[in-house]
Ligand binder design. Structure first.
Ligand code: UT7
Length: 334
């Protein structure tokens, strides 16, 4: 029986840091509100002209070095901010890594994208379609945020993270466990960029209603769904793995809001200090959130070989998911 095994991890944050003070200068908000309601102090943003592929290539290079391999047999990119609407961004990432002729495609599951990407990657490997893959989560939300919208601008940041998956056996460290993935399209309007797709294309002749070209979110409703869905998916994934929630050593949950992490911790009855968190420094980085938090955990020593790890995410769609693994021995490459 084959399994997909995590063999390398890389992350990348663009150098420019935006502080709460910088946002307060142009928005009707306060440092206290942002810290207490969301838990963010700084976030990283790309320079004008840069794009998601630039972040993703940097993270992917580091993941390949961490795995000690020159290349892999395919690239999956989870993103909400592709370089352009067509074609997908993953083939460009693959070719910039020197991976020519490999399968490469994007996954659009918003903040759940990386967990969906792991699920799809695990499927390709266990089915024998691929022997190794890069799964990248990369997003540049600064390119879709309305700079005047205080309800979104203070939350998100840009970044990318990546893992190398290779074929292995289900009982070795790093093997991805069972997945619990879900969606509810009835609530699609809670997280949207309304214009730019086939429903509402923008062109010289058709100008979208003001704001429709930007990311919009109904925060309060999203909050409640995020807590309920991440908790439920986590319970299912842990149960399918044959673990009790109390056995989980580390939770790497989508870094949407510190209060969401508090609520999921209470729902699952897993102590809050087992949740790795870097939202203070990077904000909500959407598809990059989980691999960036993994890298943060390895760097700080919170995430160590042999620990039982739960990954869970929630995002637009709505979408959600969770999976488990025993953390493998691996080191980060700069
Ligand atoms: O990554 C995908 C998944 N995303 C999430 O899971 C995000 C989930 N949602 C959240 O994290 C939170 O709902 C937010 C951080 C977006 C908002 O926090 P909240 O505690 O739910 O605030 P709220 O939307 O209920 O707004 C409370 C008040 C409102 O004023 P009134 O109506 O009470 O007078 C807002 O207008 O806070 C106001 N407000 C702000 N005040 C200062 C909203 N944004 C700001 C702001 N600064 N930046």
């Amino acid at each position: 029986m084959r399994a997909a095994v995590v063999a390398g991890l890389g992350s990348w944050l663009p150098p420019r840091v935006v502080t709460n003070d910088e946002l307060i200068a142009r928005l009707d908000t306060t440092d206290e509100w942002i810290r207490s309601r969301i838990g963010v102090v700084t976030r990283h943003v790309i320079e004008p002209g840069a794009a998601t592929s630039d972040l993703s290539v940097e993270a992917a290079r580091r993941a390949l070095r961490s795995a000690g391999v020159p290349g892999v047999g395919g690239v999956i990119l989870a993103t909400t901010t592709p370089d352009r609407p067509c074609p997908a961004t993953a083939p460009e990432i693959a070719s910039r890594l020197g991976l020519i002729d490999v399968p490469a495609f994007d996954i659009a599951a918003v903040c759940t994208g990386f967990v969906y990407g792991l699920g799809v990657g695990a499927g390709l490997i266990t089915a024998g379609i691929a022997d190794s893959l890069l799964v990248v989560g990369g997003d540049a939300y600064s390119t879709i945020l309305n700079p005047q919208d205080r309800t979104t601008s203070v939350i998100f940041g840009d970044g990318a993270g990546a893992v190398v998956l290779r074929a292995g056996s289900p009982d070795e460290p790093g093997a991805l466990g069972p997945f619990d993935l879900g969606s509810d399209g009835r609530l699609a309007d809670l997280i949207t960029v309304r214009a730019g797709g086939s429903r509402q294309r923008s062109s010289r002749d058709v100008v979208p209603p003001p704001g429709d070209e930007f990311f919009q979110m109904e925060g309060r409703q999203v909050f409640a769904n995020a807590v309920a869905r991440m908790s439920e998916a986590s319970r299912n994934a842990v149960k399918r793995q044959g673990w009790a929630a109390s056995e989980v050593d580390r939770v790497i949950a989508h870094q949407a809001n510190v209060r969401i992490l508090d609520a999921v911790s209470a729902e699952l009855d897993v102590p809050r200090d087992r949740f790795v968190s870097n939202i203070t420094d990077v904000g909500n980085t959407s598809a990059a959130s989980i691999p960036l938090a993994l890298a943060h955990g390895v760097r700080t020593g919170e995430l160590r070989a042999g620990q039982k790890v739960l990954l869970t995410a929630f995002g637009g769609g709505l979408t959600w998911g969770a999976t488990t693994l025993v953390w493998p021995e691996l080191s980060l490459a700069e």
